[in-house]
Design a protein around this ligand. Structure first.
Ligand SMILES: [Zn+2]
Ligand SMILES: [Zn+2]
Length: 308
């Protein structure tokens, strides 16, 4: 009986996961996957901030919020998903908007788990000033684990745990290969000195990712012809219930639904996907209604594992 119950449980869990995935993509070439739509708040329904862009079968990760590797695995054929580029040992390139912990708490996972699963070349990471130091310190923190895996009876290669970190300091193209061109642009994020957004150009899509930002002219400049603008947002209704001190913080660091509506009306992108969403008790529909007060185009509140 116990066995039967556990089988039923496993069955119902896998059904729940399957139902919670939404598929919006119209492209065989480029897929945008929300690995984590969350913020520093540890919502069980929103993993930490992370996105994957998969071009053909090559993945590019943007931001390393906690939970990203589990969410990538959920999309991979190994775990019943359909996206080959989400096999975790294929994850070799990653881009970071800024070093805040909700965007980097998954960094050790990004370095180590794909290696343990067989990645046999170094991770290439592109991030703002400070990424080299963070990378060095993470590898230092895990040196005993790395040494043990390399020199115990565990089969492990000596390349996949390594990281080549590249710091970009200037606006413009920071990476290019046969699948993508990646441009970085600075965004305002309170007094945090080094926050960036990205524009990915693939063979068939232009995708702009806001990163963490208050309303930014740069977004308008870079997202003018975007097929998809992935933009952070907080609920205005939720914001109104916050204390004055938090209101000051959020208005300096982030973008409200009304502000995003105004930005969107100037750009008119093909689709806006909301991520890094601060709900504070509001619903997805509340957010969309607030944005719709200023903007009539298509807006979807991103959920973990959505494919665009
Ligand atoms: Zn953040
Ligand atoms: Zn931030």
């Amino acid at each position: 009986m116990k066995k039967l119950i556990s089988i039923l449980l496993i069955f119902s869990v896998s059904i729940t996961i399957a139902v919670s995935q939404r598929y919006f993509s119209d492209s065989d070439t480029t897929k945008l996957i929300i690995l984590g739509s969350g913020t520093p708040n540890p919502s069980p329904f929103q993993s930490g901030c992370s996105i994957a862009i998969v071009v053909f079968d090559t993945p590019y990760i943007i931001d390393f919020g906690p939970g990203l590797i589990r969410k990538a695995a959920a999309m991979s054929p190994t775990y019943g998903g359909k996206i080959k580029g989400m096999e975790v040992n294929k994850i070799k390139r990653a881009f970071l908007t800024h070093l805040h912990s909700d965007h980097t708490a998954g960094y050790p996972d990004l370095i180590l788990t794909p290696w343990v699963m067989g990645r046999d070349e170094p991770l290439e990471v592109y991030g703002p000033e400070g990424i080299k130091k963070m990378t060095y310190n993470i590898l230092k923190a895990y040196e005993d684990d790395i040494r043990y895996r390399l020199y115990s009876s565990e089969p492990a290669n000596d390349k996949g745990w390594r990281v080549n970190s590249h710091e970009f300091i200037k606006e413009g193209i920071i990476y290019q290969d046969e699948n993508v061109k990646v441009e970085a642009f600075p965004v305002p994020h309170g007094t945090w000195p080094n926050a960036w957004g990205f524009r990915f150009t693939t063979p068939d899509k232009i995708i702009v990712i806001s990163g963490d930002t208050s309303p930014s002219e740069k977004i308008i400049e870079y997202a003018e012809d975007a097929d998809i603008l992935v933009h952070e947002v907080y609920s205005k209704k939720g914001f109104d219930s916050r204390t004055e001190i938090w209101k000051k913080y959020h208005s300096e660091h982030h973008t409200s639904t009304y502000e995003l509506g105004e930005i969107a009306a100037k750009i008119n992108p093909g689709l806006i996907v909301l991520y890094h969403i601060l709900f504070w008790g509001s619903s997805e529909q509340d957010l969309i209604d607030e944005i719709s007060a200023k903007y009539k185009g298509k807006v979807i509140a991103g959920r973990d594992l959505d494919v665009f």
